[in-house]
Design a protein around this ligand. Sequence first.
Ligand code: FE2
Length: 383
Amino acid sequence: MTLVHHDPDLDIAPPRLLGVDHLEWWVGNARTFAGFLCSAFGFEPVAYAGPETGRADRVSYLLRQGGIRFMVSGALHPESPIADHVRRHGDGVRDIAFLVDDVDAAYDAALARGGTGLRSPADDTDDHGTVRHAAIATFGDTVHTLLDRSRYDGPFAPRFEPSDLSRPVGPDVGLVRLDHLVGNVELGALERWVHFYEQVFGFSQLLHFDDDQISTEYSALMSTVVWNGDRADPQPTGELVVMPINEPAEGRKKSQIEEYLDFYGTPGVQHIALRTEDIVATVRALRARGVRFMDVPATYYAEARQRMEGIDDLPWAALEELSILVDRDADGHLLQIFTETVTDRPTVFFEIIEREGAKGFGEGNFKALFEAIERAQARRGNL
Ligand code: FE2
């Protein structure tokens, strides 16, 4: 592994990202975790790489649903970096892989602008063509692969073969795309990481939430959303990359961000928000498949109905039955729900989100939710 540091040269245009190609999970048992994502979340197994396909050190399952791709990888030997990663972090997201049209230009630009190179541009070739890739370090042990798959027509990448895992059965889930990806960083490090994305990738700040906006007396966090949505030379075919970054703030109790950092051991990916066009149908399907969601106290909905006054077509009975949350901003409203953590350690979870115009992230909703939870706690005498 080569670490390269440069003095940043911001005259060089930042890398042009076409969107997130895939997220790679490094887990203790890839076959089981991939199977879980298929049976519980409705992903379809697409491709597989492992010893049978010429890969000696790891297995990887590529899964797809709508425009969302997950790669799930596991180690075959204790010396594998995957085994080490799992020992330190538990299961987690190792790689947020960005699709680019020019890996070399993107890598050179990221390095010139102060990024740390982990893997220089290289080709991976077989009978189906060539995949070119490189990698840049980001928070914790997380990386951004820069990937060009435009000259490859096989199942995903060299040494991947069509998956022979059986298709999952169950109601259609209907997830269509990645909405946003959230990173948790250490206390005091938010500004540094926002600066990192601005400098290295040319992102800008979409929103910032202070701890007084998303805190209660008991839990607090600060969040800045960085994205590539307003650069002067937008990539016309690409999907936007939207990444809220959280840092814990002082509360009277341990914040959820601190708990993440304690268990993950370093900064890392906290939640992955997946978009649906029909959240009621999606959550019904996920619940039928056994996905478990965060509880919402009944007191939440009395407050929510007031907050959403004037928005007439909300299916309140279904939202309450399924524990779906609602929020609004100047542009419209959104519906969202959070799963329980899907890892053994209390670290990574999913959000399911339907946007009806709203461009926010439900932060106003968080406060209402936390307060509703605390009211319920208080009634039990546990606060
Ligand atoms: Fe979110």
